[in-house]
Write a protein that binds this ligand. Structure first.
Ligand code: AMP
Ligand code: MG
Length: 327
């Protein structure tokens, strides 16, 4: 199969619509990362998403719709705080998990009595979702476990020859996946940290919990239990610059090519380093591109703890530590 990368146009949107209706997969830009889209109502198309990505069959998918779609047709009611959150944050990088039964293919939620719904804000995503006018399941458009894609080229690198179309909307500037929020209880609960932070949610909803699975418990957001975001090179995670430089020299002495991945202010002179920037938002927007660059350049990619915490850093630290430390 030939994989086309096309900019958004009337022709490419009409092709995307034909492909989706025929049960094919179309990758598209969102403000967080690129998504691998399929018709959420079509069992075979949804099964193809799991197969092509190599995604574990118990890791549910998020259904994406455009802003005028009428999200309430996909869910079985919502608490008042969820409505307030929708009005404040959608369209945007917030995924909301609602009670829902039988509105889309049963494969989407992997047997859970809920559905995760998202309304992306990127104009390219909105154009695609309007053109198809259907709920579209769209996990991140990377092979399972690999680093999430923030450009059409990243998607191509993972899926060339395996999907027919990538709609190119430029770089995904948000850079990390949406916040996943459980809206089935009395208080909203964050299942995956992202760009919409706990503080922002609590301000609108009055309160916001953060889900931490108890040992031995089946996690509420199964995706968080898997190995994730892994670059295809060896990685290390260091608390301090001194520790990182010791690993760096050791790797050079054994003939390897080490690179640091660290905050702007931590970069020493005269070493190979990938610059995460110096604000949480910059770190979020650069992280996946740098992990993908790192895997092509380095034999050992050494991340240094950027020391910032809270807000958007909850999401950044979650991805950075899982990518480079493994948990
Ligand atoms: P991805 O699409 O690769 O960004 O991953 C989607 C994330 O949303 C994973 O962590 C899933 O486990 C989570 N998710 C999707 N649907 C549900 C659901 N119904 N309940 C809880 N978590 C969900
Ligand atoms: Mg993913």
């Amino acid at each position: 199969m030939k994989t086309q990368i096309l900019p958004i146009s009337e022709e490419s949107l009409s092709l995307a619509r034909r492909l989706i209706l025929a049960g094919e997969l179309v990758a598209f830009h969102t403000e967080t990362v690129y998504g691998l889209g399929a018709d959420a109502r079509n069992d075979e198309a949804v099964a193809k998403v799991f197969r092509v990505k190599g995604r574990p069959s118990d890791n549910p998918l998020i259904a994406h719709v455009h802003s005028e779609y009428g999200l309430s047709s996909l869910i079985d009611g919502e608490p008042p705080y969820a409505r307030a959150l929708r009005e404040r944050f959608l369209p945007g990088p917030l995924t909301m998990v609602y009670p829902s039964d039988g509105k889309v293919s049963r494969l989407v939620s992997c047997g859970l009595p809920t559905l995760a719904v998202r309304v992306p804000s990127s104009p390219a995503a909105q154009a695609f979702l309007r053109a198809v006018d259907l709920p579209i399941v769209a996990p991140s458009a990377n092979l399972s476990k690999h680093v999430s894609p923030v450009s059409a080229q990243h998607v191509y690198d993972d899926f060339a020859g395996k999907i027919p179309l990538i709609l190119d909307g430029g770089a995904s500037s948000g850079g990390i996946e949406s916040t996943v929020l459980d809206c089935t209880g009395a208080v909203p609960q964050i299942l995956r940290a992202g760009l919409v932070t706990r503080e922002m949610i609590a301000q609108v909803a009055g309160d916001c919990g953060v889900y931490v699975p108890k040992t031995g418990e089946k996690p509420k957001s199964p995706g968080m239990a898997y190995k994730h975001y892994s670059p295809r090179c060896r990685t290390a995670y260091c608390e301090t610059l001194d520790e990182a430089m010791a690993r760096y020299r050791e790797e050079e002495q054994s003939g390897g090519v080490p690179w640091l991945l660290c905050a702007h202010g931590d970069i020493p002179r005269g070493v190979r380093a990938l610059d995460l920037g110096d604000t949480p938002e910059t770190m979020a927007s650069r992280l996946y591109d740098l992990l993908r660059r790192g895997e092509t350049l380095a034999t050992l990619l050494i991340a240094i703890d950027p020391k910032l915490r809270g807000g958007v850093m909850d999401g950044v630290m979650n991805r950075l530590t899982r990518a480079c430390r493994g948990y």
